[in-house]
Design a protein around this ligand. Sequence first.
Ligand code: NAD
Ligand code: DAU
Length: 331
Amino acid sequence: MRLLITGGAGFIGANFVHSSVRVHPEDSLTVLDAMTYAGSRESLAAVENDIRLVQGDITDAELANKLVAESDAVVHFAAETHVDNALADPEPFLRANVIGTFTVLEAVRAHGVRLHHVSTDEVYGDLELGNARRFTESTPYNPSSPYSSTKAASDMLVRAWVRSYGVRATISNCSNNYGPYQHVEKFIPRQITNVLTGRRPKLYGSGTNVRDWIHVDDHNSAVRRILADGQIGRTYLIGAEEERDNLSVMRAILRLMDRDPDDFDHVADRAGHDLRYAIDPSALYDELGWAPKHTDFEDGLRATIDWYRDNETWWGPLKDATEAKYEGRGQ
Ligand code: NAD
Ligand code: DAU
């Protein structure tokens, strides 16, 4: 299969490329990535001879058309992804997530190419703390942030292009990923690299907010299952049933790094901070026979800490600028 992977130099996309090279050497892979602050050539250095890397923007219709025409399927990861950045400046999110997805949709429509659109559980808004409700495929959309509203808009465009134009697309909405190559702006790598650089970790508010964690390789194996056997027009929710509050994750990181579990700062909370996300992945388990492999969160966290310890050359150049940005926001 000739696969076009948008956003393949970002966190999840790069891990998707790595696992595809490993597990599906028969595929021919093209990455289209604008190399924003979140994209990294180094993330693909180990597989650079196995792929074609095109630096370009998904909103460039001519380029998107050309690359889509040369592909059998598109896996669309490219997006602006950080909630705090969206709160500070939403415009790039509208451009990349809404216009970008529109441009990809028009290209797959023109060339009859299969699309898998990668989205987020944040489109459903948040759940209350302390109850048993979880998101399902029929939960109404209710996004809270500029980031999640642009992802919700992109999902709506995909649904409309399936219904109106018969585009062969599937959508997945996944929970919070962790693992190697995640930008140090995100919660888990930020705290690990704060410890590694002698900074104090930073917890927003009281840390009661809950996220549902999944290892990036499990997210990507589910995307592969959906790409192979998902029903066109369907939305699949991807999750590994690993709900944790932020305070517990913070303490686990500190404990695994041999630090006092209370050795962190409470900082200004995120505006409109979503309380809890939780995915009910039973449709994916039952229909496509998928299951996560990384079922011990602390094992996954330990391996992730080891990866950041061993790969300072990858994240080191990003760290000071990222922390300066946070400092400016009181976080
Ligand atoms: P990331 O920010 O690490 O990577 C995004 C990549 O997209 C970067 O390489 C960036 O250069 C590229 N990009 C951004 N705008 C572009 C444009 N206009 N044209 C071409 N490339 C562009 O993000 P990630 O965490 O890897 O997320 C990938 C996808 O998965 C996103 O669509 C995100 O919404 C979704 N998602 C992420 C998570 C998570 O926990 N990280 C969970 C569920 C869904
Ligand atoms: O749920 C899926 C989403 O997960 C993806 O769609 C997003 O692209 C991805 O960024 C992520 O969004 P979150 O906002 O949940 O992730 P983030 O890593 O930014 O924060 C996780 C939690 O940790 C959140 O409750 C805010 C909190 N936090 C974050 C940072 C950066 C802190 O307490 N301290 C921090 O320093």
